[in-house]
Every structure is written in C-alpha cells, then in structure tokens.
Ligand binder design. Structure first.
Ligand SMILES: [Zn+2]
Length: 77
C-alpha cells in the first residue's frame, strides 16, 4: 500500500532504506525525533550482492530492528 510508505506526520515519502530496516515505521526520520537517534549499519541485498548502509533510527526502533534481525537469522538456519 502506498500509504504505508508515507510519513503519517509530514506526508512525505519515508526513506526506502529506513522502510527496509523498519517495515512497520509510520514516520520519516525527520518526524521521529523523540529519542536519541543513531546510525545503524544495515545489510541490504543478498548473496554476492550485498552492501551495508547506515540507517538512522531511534533507540526503540533499533530494538525492534534487532529483534527482527534475530528472527530472520532463525529462519535462515
Ligand atoms: Zn515526516
């Protein structure tokens, strides 16, 4: 759904890398300013075609991201 990719606060498109790391996020990073932000290296792509990019997220988002990553690793094994 298109709506899912638009920030609920400013109605601008959310950075696709942020969405990839945090599919459930509802706000762009500019509007998501409650907590401390940090840049988290996130791996994109698969197999030989991977790259790492810095995705800015909040502490809560970072925790959610780590949880998701854990679950993904489980699925891969
Ligand atoms: Zn926004």
């Amino acid at each position: 759904m298109m709506e899912d990719k638009i920030c609920i606060k400013c109605k601008k498109y959310i950075n696709p890398m942020r969405l990839k790391a945090l599919p459930n996020t509802k706000t762009c990073i500019n509007c998501s300013t409650v907590g401390a932000k940090s840049g988290v290296p996130v791996m994109f792509g698969s197999k030989d075609h991977t790259w790492t990019d810095l995705v800015i997220m909040e502490e809560d988002e970072f925790k959610a991201f780590k949880e998701r990553e854990k679950n993904q690793n489980k699925e891969d094994e």
